[in-house]
Design a protein around this ligand. Sequence first.
Ligand code: CTP
Ligand code: MG
Length: 246
Amino acid sequence: MAKFAVILPAAGSSSRFKDPHYKKPFAPLANRAVWIHSAERFLNRGDVVQVILVIAKADRDDFNFKFASNVAILGIDVVEGGAERGDSVEAALARLKPEAEFVCIHDAARPCLADVWIDRVFEEAQRGGAAILAIPVANTLKRVGPKGRVEETVSRDRLYEAQTPQVFSRKLIVEAYARRGGFAATDDAQLVERLGKPVTIVPGSPVNFKITTREDLRLAEQALKALPKPKLDRPAHPFADDNMWR
Ligand code: CTP
Ligand code: MG
């Protein structure tokens, strides 16, 4: 069985979340922090050998105070991130266990993830070296100029919205980051595309959305209930409880 390391970037500033008490990965959602929902989907898997949570340096003390026991029980690694999301991922890549053959990068702020989507993107990454969840663009797209005036309608033909998890062979993603330079990528796959390597789409779901605003937390609570059921052949996680898929 191929071995996967999972990187969960949670070192952003949550500026659009605008909550006085919480940054979004640490906000409560259905009885646990958002990041724990995201981490759990991977911790239950036999093919995951490492989970690395990336937090901001400024959040370290508060994080330790609130989550030290979770970190110990879950057996995750915690590293400090950087100014841009790419810097945070890069910090985690430097801490990969030697046995990890593939690297899965998943926004800590996407807690509504189903096991079956992870299965599929892990499988496709093993086949082709790089695979990402994505959904076809459903709405009409407008390019807008000054004063809010529509300049054109952009065809949505073959357009997809990239999500996470994004999964790569270790060699490929390490090389992609080594060649990043000052390039400001908006996702990890873009750095692999720049090397001319194929990246394959695996159908995601609108349910796997990224929490951006505070209102999204309420949506996420509903989305958790709408997820495909977790597989029954996996042992219950010590933190799993009846509320998990409520
Ligand atoms: N992230 C990170 N390090 C950064 C920036 C972002 O680890 N320097 C993480 C976020 O914590 C989040 C994920 O990357 O889990 C996706 O980023 P985004 O949704 O943009 O989160 P924020 O940057 O925190 O939010 P905002 O853009 O509203 O400030
Ligand atoms: Mg951001």
